[in-house]
Write a protein that binds this ligand. Sequence first.
Ligand SMILES: *Cc1c(COP(=O)(O)O)cnc(C)c1O
Length: 453
Amino acid sequence: MTDSARMHDVTEETRAIVDLVLDYSRRRLLSQDTPLDKPLPAAELARLAGRTIDEDGIGARKAIGVFEHVLAPACITTDDPRYLSFIPSAPSKAAAAFDVVVSASALYGGSWLEGAGAVHAENEVLRWLAAEFGLPTGAGGAFVQGGTLGNLSALVAARHAAADAGARPDRWRIVCSAEAHSSIASAARVMDVDVVTVAPDSGGVLRGEAVREALEAHGDSVFAVVATAGSTNFGIVDDLAGIAAETRAHGVWLHVDGAYGLAAMLSPRARDRFAGVEHADSLVVDPHKWLFAPFDACALIYRDPELGRRAHTQHAEYLDTLTETSDWSPSDFAAHLTRRPRGLPLWFSLATYGAAVYRDAITASLELAQRIAAEIEARPEVQLVRPPQLGVVVFERIGWEKADYVAWSNRLLDEQHAFVTPSSHAGRTNARFAILNPRTTFDHLTGILDTMR
Ligand SMILES: *Cc1c(COP(=O)(O)O)cnc(C)c1O
């Protein structure tokens, strides 16, 4: 017979397990030289890891050994300063450490009844962000898993509000830029609505006039316009003020997807670029991107949270205790129910260091992006695709085909030099630095450029 109590009782075995896990966590949190690492083929990983799950268990010591020596090295270190692909992650030490506390405390973040203290702290962060973005007091929402779920939840609320206002089109439509993030098309598929993609200007910026034409063409079938505050590919900020003027004139919901870039508004250096965001009916920004929080966290904020609540509150007999009150329950503001209070690592880090350090860190990345862009312009064998606006720098190696970029990128990772994956624009392959890790230096970047000579 197995003794199932051993999983939950505090015994010698439990103490040993907790020590093993916290020792590992401590070492990893304090490490500055974790290798970049890389994935392995599935068969090789299976061979190296061996069988870990059977009736008796292999024990914590062996299991954490497999994790440390086989599994973790097969995961790219996303907070490495030479990780420049996609959008990197660079959790502050305080935020990463506090994530351990969130797990250790078995906090439930779905309802005020169960998690009031945690929800209070998360809401203080959301209020602070909302104020930074110029939203009125009263704006609020919840931390959700990521920008994809945040965008979906905001768009569901937008359609709900349009339907409540009496619109009954044959097909619902979202208007957004052709450069909008793929999660907007994904949300449209989930919601079974159509996307009207509008061409941005030659600089990649979605303009108010183009939005007006789409709104005039599609009438009240359009329930939301999505503007991007920092595109993932290029860091381009749409003409938020011009677009907001149109959505206000037409009475259409404005959603601002700032998952990557809106954090840059914290820097005085970039703040002006976001003028108009204060008119958003909803917005998202991902703390797991440029706000130095661990995966996974997206701040979803509504101008009028009541509209989010109306669209999303789940009703069920067993939930009546929660939903028959006016308490602030994060579950009510997105397409989710059970949730960890994933905003707490950011709360702890902001409380620890203060907001000024965040502004400085973001400003430093903006400046580094400008500096390496100038360096690229000065080198004969590479050229910028566009001047960077935020922290994304896209450039081409003159004369290279896609296969050259792929081979180069693979070699960089194989040699554990850097993680820079190829991207493409208008059918041409390019290379892209997404700069947000405060530990990324000019020398790291020139060292990578040197490998393209
Ligand atoms: C990253 C990103 C998303 C998606 O966010 P996830 O957290 O990856 O789900 C959406 N929009 C933009 C502009 C992004 O950069």
